[in-house]
Design a protein around this ligand. Sequence first.
Ligand SMILES: [Zn+2]
Length: 73
Amino acid sequence: MSIDDDPVVVYAIQPYQARKQYLCPGCQGDIGPGTGHVVVIPELAPDLRRHWHRGCWFKEMRRRGRLVSVDAR
Ligand SMILES: [Zn+2]
């Protein structure tokens, strides 16, 4: 089992809560201060929290196959 399979907790960060600049692991792009995004925290390794663009995290979830019901054909 890779770390990708570990359960995670996802929090929405509102624009007013985003006071720093983060690097999105999905697109390697910057998430600037004042940009709404999500923070993803592995339940088993809370220190490994990462900040993602909302869209990048959504794509990542699809890549991991967790949203199969959304676009099941
Ligand atoms: Zn991104």
